[in-house]
Design a protein around this ligand. Structure first.
Ligand code: DON
Length: 318
């Protein structure tokens, strides 16, 4: 397995960081299984809640892990960061006329604000914002699902990454709330393509299946000034990467972004499968997985792990 192989790199630093991750895991264990597994998508409700995994990918290419790091899961809303990244490669200001940069203060799937604010979602990380970003991306890609999958394959350094079709189809069948958002945006003139086509792409992005090591690799560019060392690509400029991290800091954990900033102090993004990525710019990207969610929809043990990690490395953006 990938994660065992990577333990051999870089002895001394590895030893320290490895000990640290072991302590993080030990700290987090009592929280594993706490909270509730997402059940609004039937295929997600079947997941074993007693899982925990964490992986760190440093900017100099070291990889450290603890827990069941071979466990695979769908990345859900963490895909929204890649959607935005691919959109930012193709649009600048034109995208920001269609989606805002402000925290929403509402649930990730809230509809009400979208009507008051005339079909312009608050930010690209709530569902409405991710869906409109998908719509923009959809207009510029000839094979939107394939291009996203290829991006994850290249950046996670695993050409065999797949999409969990069962999850994607189950989400599509239960798409009513997301479809309502897309139609509302269309009624305000903020949607170009067929709603169902874009939703299909959006759900396939959410259903990309990775383990924590692959996820941390895929988002390693966020801690590395936009450069992905696994695909050898400059995905964003250093400036765009700073801007993206700033938005993750204020909106990456929905209406719990303030609490996460307070406890963890890193830009981050969560998903309802129980995964969270977080970034220490210039140092490392970390991915954590544990399916039990708190009321907002964030992994209980995942947040505990990142808070402990932040405390132990004495890092926070300030
Ligand atoms: O749109 C949905 O319902 C999901 N596929 C993605 C939701 C998600 O992960 C939001 N996260 N906390």
């Amino acid at each position: 397995v990938d994660c065992n192989k990577s333990r051999k790199v870089g002895k001394r630093a590895l030893h320290d960081f490895q000990a640290l991750l072991n302590q993080v895991e030990q700290h987090s264990r009592p929280f594993v299984g706490k909270g509730k597994v997402a059940d609004y998508i039937p295929a997600l409700a079947e997941v074993n809640p007693l899982q925990f995994a964490i992986a760190v990918v440093t900017t100099d290419g070291q990889i450290y892990t603890a827990g069941n790091c071979e466990s695979r899961f769908t990345i859900q809303s963490v895909s929204k960061v890649m959607t935005l990244t691919l959109a930012l490669q193709r649009y600048e200001e034109a995208l920001w006329r269609r989606v805002g940069k402000e925290p929403s203060g509402t649930a990730f799937n809230s509809l009400t604000q979208l009507e008051f604010e005339k079909g312009i979602p608050r930010n690209p990380f709530i569902n409405a914002g991710a869906i409109v970003t998908c719509d923009a991306l959809y207009s510029r890609l000839s094979a939107p699902i394939h291009s996203m999958l290829e991006a994850f394959r290249a950046q996670s350094d695993n050409p065999r990454v797949i999409i969990d079709k069962k999850v994607a189809n189950s989400e599509y069948e239960h798409r009513h709330r997301n479809a309502a958002m897309a139609h509302l945006m269309k009624s305000f003139g903020n949607f170009d393509n067929q709603v169902d086509d874009v939703l299909k792409a959006y759900f396939h992005y959410c259903a990309i299946e990775l383990n924590v090591v692959e996820l941390a690799k895929a988002y390693s560019y966020l801690s590395n000034a936009g450069y992905c060392q696994f695909s050898n690509q400059q995905l964003l400029t250093a400036r765009q990467t700073k801007q993206l991290n700033s938005l993750l800091f204020t909106s990456g954990l929905y209406d719990a972004a303030g609490d996460f900033a307070y406890r963890v102090g890193m830009p981050g993004k969560s998903g309802v499968s129980g995964t969270i990525i977080a970034v220490v710019p210039g140092k490392f990207t970390v991915a954590v997985y544990s399916p039990g969610l708190d009321k907002v929809g964030n992994s209980v043990a995942g947040i505990e792990a990142l808070a402990k990690l932040s405390e132990m490395i004495e890092f926070n953006a300030f």
